[in-house]
Every structure is written in structure tokens, then in C-alpha cells.
Design a protein around this ligand. Structure first.
Ligand SMILES: Cc1cc2nc3c(=O)[nH]c(=O)nc-3n(C[C@H](O)[C@H](O)[C@H](O)COP(=O)(O)O)c2cc1C
Length: 385
């Protein structure tokens, strides 16, 4: 049996899986359920003030985006918690603790950094918090909070410095993916004293139009989450991990399977959070992910996640380097080919022909894109040197 435990900023976690801040961590009972299901950590809904700019819509908040009836992502227009600080600090965090998971408290970075210092102090006073997660990344609030702070290295660093004044637990910052370049923001936060970085929040988005009514499916811009965002988050994570080697990182975005946790670990994450998977499948998905991770590690003889953390990073190349590497060509294994013709249909270099029910690829025409290999249902097409 593999050892799933990890250490994040000196805090031990029994496994790398954490329930992220969202609807399933709406209250203490939800987080307790996640802990009982096996999550090593839980992040409550972002704790902040009850203010007009944090008002919570109750007229439909979620839209599941589907392709061929299969969910690929979700747009939400949910804001922060609707519970008062008192409720959280006197009651809900205590209930959450009963589930046995570590509490990573999500704290809203306030428009005035001095208020952030006070909010962190209040949360710290409960003595229930293992790690702090400063939220500068929600994609839809007004211009004074959320990603509007997180996209600016100077404002983000100011918030880190303010939170650090009262933080006793390790302080992380949850960054926004709605930027073109995350490393300068991460570096500014590190220089301001942050202990870890969480990559990242949801992507600002629009839920589309109901063509029968001509009206938007959700009448405000929201945050896009789930499997569709994983490639975007992995870009930010890997760039940040390469810019800050060895710095404690948590990752989240579209984690639906054990393989996703492994990928994020190979890109440098120590803890991996999940939200949409739980919203679509319930808390039962948590033990399934942990079991899958254990089984994969055992099958590979991997004793600890430390062995694989960041292993993919040195292999990420600049595109100019790739263009100078030897080309590859489509190859069809005739013994596997069923002659279905899908490879020919998706070959825009006209390199594939079907003769007598078998595909053949012309190396002279093949441009090495690899689309045929991705689509071949019989796994007969491969890309080789
Ligand atoms: C309905 C909903 C509510 C969310 N609320 C919060 C929140 O209060 N604070 C926060 O930091 N992130 C919030 N998020 C963002 C998630 O924590 C997470 O960053 C995002 O969903 C990406 O992870 P996923 O693809 O596993 O869902 C919310 C996400 C969803 C779907």
C-alpha cells in the first residue's frame, strides 16, 4: 500500500486531496461529510463580510455546459458565503473539524487591506485553522475585490503583507487564471511573504443563450469550472512551478479522476483540490479518487508522491525547440485497423487512404500532427519517428 501522505508548508496531510471552496463546503456539515469521505483537507466557502457587493443571487446560479449531452464544464454565478462570520467561527468550523480533515480557511481579501488583517486575526482566534487561503481571485465581484486584486501583482502583494500581520498558520494565496502571465504575480506574493500558492480559481465566462427565448442562460458573467478548464490551469501551474522551483503549490481545476491528481502532482502540486467533481457526483467521488490514486501508485511501485512531484516540468519545451526536433509520421498497424475511415476524414494533409478496408499513411504527405492517432477507435494509428 502506497503512502499517500504529503507535507504542505510543514503541515502534514494524510493524502493530497482537498475539497475546494464552493457549494459542497457551504457549511460545517458539508465539510464534515467530505472529511468523513476521506478528504485530507477542506476549504470552506470564502469567509467575508455580508455587504451589498457580496449579495448572493437566488434565481439560478449554475449552468452545466455540455457537448453531445456530456457535461464538460460548469458556469456559476455564486458569490461568497451567506453566513455571518460569527456563524462560521462559533459553529460551522467546529462541525467541519469533526470530519477529521484539516481546515484551509478561505479568507476574502478585503478592499482595504487593514480589514484583511482583522479578518485573518478573527479567523485565527478560533484555533481551528491549519492553513489560510487568501482569496484574490473570484471572477465576478465588483472592482474592489476578487480577481481585480489578484490580477495586479502590487495589490496582491499588499494583501499578502496585510494578511501576514495576523496569520499564524501558513498563508497561501489563491490566484486568478484570468491573467496572461501568472509567475510575476506569484513572485510578488512570495516576496511579500506568502507561504504557498493555490492555482487557481474559475475562469470568467458567459453561460450562453437559450435560443428558444433569446435570453442568456444566466444573466450575469460567471466562473467556468470543471474538466474543460484543466489545460488552462495546467499551463498556469507549470509556468509558476518552473518560475518558483520547490515552492509549495496547491492546484485545482477539473480534477475528476485519480489520473488528474497524478498529472497535477507531476506538474509540481503538493495538494490537489476538487470542486466540480463533487458537485456532479456527491462526496462519494472522494474515496473513489483516493482509491484510484493508491491503486495507480501500487501498480507503478511508487511509494510516495514525492517521487513524482514535478517530474513533467523539465520536459516542457519552447515551441521553437520542438520545431527543430526530428519530425514524426503517422503509422497504421494493419492488424488492428478496421477500415472505419475516421483517420482519413480527419487528415487534412490527404496523407491517408483506405484500400481494401485498410488504412495506409503516406509519409511523404503526413505533416506529423497526430490527429489520426487521437481519433483512431482501434488504436491502430500511432505517431512515430
Ligand atoms: C458553485 C461554485 C462556487 C464557488 N465558490 C468559491 C468561493 O466561495 N471561493 C473560492 O475561492 N472559490 C470558489 N469557487 C471556485 C472553486 O473553488 C475552484 O477554484 C473552481 O471550481 C475550479 O475547480 P474545479 O474545476 O474542481 O471545480 C467556486 C466554484 C463553484 C463551482
Amino acid at each position: 500500500m502506497a503512502n499517500l501522505s504529503v507535507s504542505f508548508c510543514g503541515v502534514p496531510f494524510s493524502n493530497p486531496l482537498v475539497l475546494g471552496s464552493a457549494t459542497p463546503s457551504w457549511d460545517g456539515e458539508g465539510m464534515k461529510a467530505a472529511g468523513v469521505a476521506g478528504a485530507a483537507g477542506v476549504v470552506p466557502k470564502t469567509i467575508g463580510p455580508v455587504q451589498s457587493w457580496a449579495a448572493h443571487p437566488r434565481n439560478g446560479r449554475l449552468y452545466i455546459y455540455k457537448v453531445d449531452k456530456r457535461p464538460v464544464g460548469m458556469v456559476n454565478i455564486e458569490l461568497f458565503t451567506t453566513m455571518t462570520r460569527e456563524q462560521w467561527l462559533k459553529k460551522e468550523l467546529k462541525i467541519a473539524k469533526e470530519g477529521g480533515a484539516r481546515i484551509i480557511a478561505s479568507v476574502l481579501a478585503m478592499p482595504d487591506p487593514a480589514e484583511t488583517t482583522d479578518l485573518v486575526a478573527e479567523i485565527e482566534d478560533t484555533g481551528l485553522v491549519d492553513v489560510l487561503e487568501l482569496n484574490v481571485s473570484c471572477p465576478m465581484p465588483t472592482s474592489t475585490v476578487g480577481m481585480h486584486i489578484g490580477k495586479d501583482p502590487r495589490l496582491a502583494a499588499q494583501q499578502v503583507a496585510a494578511a501576514k500581520k495576523s496569520a499564524k498558520a501558513p498563508l497561501c494565496i489563491k490566484l486568478t487564471p484570468n491573467v496572461s502571465d501568472m509567475p510575476p504575480i506569484a513572485l510578488a506574493c512570495r516576496d511579500a511573504g506568502v507561504d504557498g500558492i493555490v492555482i487557481s480559481n474559475s475562469i470568467r465566462s458567459f453561460a450562453g443563450v437559450d435560443i428558444n427565448t433569446g435570453k442568456p442562460r444566466l444573466r450575469a458573467y460567471g466562473g467556468y469550472t470543471g474538466p474543460a478548464i484543466k489545460p488552462i490551469i495546467q499551463r498556469h501551474l507549470s509556468e509558476t512551478a518552473r518560475a518558483l522551483p520547490g515552492f509549495p503549490l496547491m492546484a485545482l481545476g477539473g480534477v475528476m479522476s485519480a489520473e488528474d491528481i497524478i498529472e497535477y502532482t507531476m506538474l509540481g502540486a503538493t495538494l490537489v483540490q476538487t470542486v466540480t467533481a463533487v458537485m456532479w457526483n456527491g462526496y462519494d467521488v472522494i474515496p473513489r479518487l483516493i482509491k484510484g490514486l493508491n491503486a495507480w501508485m501500487d501498480s507503478k511501485g511508487i511509494k510516495s508522491l514525492d517521487e513524482i512531484r514535478g517530474v513533467a516540468l523539465p520536459h516542457i519545451e519552447r515551441i521553437e525547440v520542438l520545431a527543430n526536433m526530428p519530425p514524426m509520421f503517422a503509422k497504421i498497424d494493419e492488424s488492428k485497423c478496421t477500415g472505419c475511415g475516421i483517420c482519413k476524414r480527419v487528415c487534412f494533409y490527404r496523407a491517408i487512404e483506405i484500400n481494401d478496408g485498410i488504412a495506409t499513411a503516406d509519409r511523404g504527405k503526413c505533416d506529423g500532427c497526430g490527429l489520426c492517432a487521437q481519433f483512431c477507435p482501434a488504436l491502430a494509428a500511432t505517431l512515430e519517428e
